[in-house]
Design a protein around this ligand. Structure first.
Ligand code: GLN
Length: 240
């Protein structure tokens, strides 16, 4: 009988949005690098597959997966119910929180205090959902956190931060690690407030229904965690 054809792609084409340090960014040599990129390169190497990185807007990633231009999203993407209608997710490789960036003299300490305020977000992200009055949280614990704010959407988180510095928005809601990086670069003017809307699990997004590919990706992820490679990459990119 004929051997069934493998559903694992010959080439791993990774979509990312290199505006999310330390997970993905454009480095000094104009190359896309970061924890997610290094992780995907390691996975591809272990699978003996070629890899290509495609840098695009965050909100285009899921659509590119559906139209098959890419076959992995590595973009600090939080696993959400809604996204699962369009893609499958790998096992989680990182747990994160939302953060609020405000001016140094701001009295804001909680997401719930953002009602009635102007919030800058990166379009299509969980920070956008939370700020826009959508229900958010782990399954069974979803709730609306910010009920009524004016949300200004940016393609790049860094541009939202620029608007905060200019005073065009009162706060930026974005994931904790990039928030730390953005504040570090503006430490005279800005500060970071952590108010978790619930843990967010970063996963690789994968083509819907390709169990064989997902199984292989999860197998490699597990091996990378178990043999110390994950910790090495984390030390290099995230905890440095
Ligand atoms: N974790 C957030 C999300 O999935 C933000 C990701 C990002 O901006 N790259 O929406």
């Amino acid at each position: 009988s004929k051997k069934e054809e493998s559903k694992i792609p010959e080439k791993i084409i990774v979509g990312t949005n290199a505006e999310f340090p330390p997970f993905e960014y454009v480095d000094d040599n104009k190359k896309v690098d970061g924890f997610d990129i290094a992780l995907m390169k390691e996975i591809a190497k272990r699978m003996d597959k070629k890899i290509e990185i495609q840098n695009m807007e965050f909100k285009s990633l899921i659509g590119s997966m559906e139209s098959k231009t890419i076959n992995v999203v590595a973009a600090g993407m939080t696993k959400t119910e809604e996204r699962q209608n369009a893609v499958d997710f790998s096992d989680s490789y990182y747990t994160s929180n939302q953060a609020i960036i405000v001016k140094k003299d701001s009295k804001i300490t909680k997401l719930s205090q953002l009602d009635g305020k102007k919030i800058g977000v990166q379009e299509g992200t969980t920070g956008d959902l939370i700020s826009s009055g959508d229900k958010f949280g782990e399954p069974g614990k979803e709730k609306v956190i910010v009920k009524k704010a004016k949300v200004k959407r940016f393609k790049k988180g860094v541009d939202a931060v620029m608007d905060l510095k200019n005073g065009s928005v009162d706060a930026v809601v974005i994931d904790e690690k990039p928030a730390q990086e953005f504040v570090k670069n503006n430490s005279k003017k800005l500060k970071l407030v952590i108010d978790s809307a619930g843990a967010e699990y970063y996963c690789l997004a994968l083509p819907k229904g390709n169990e064989e590919f997902k199984k292989e990706i999860n197998k490699q992820l597990k091996a990378i965690k178990e043999d110390g490679t994950y910790d090495k990459l984390k030390a290099k990119y995230i905890d440095n």
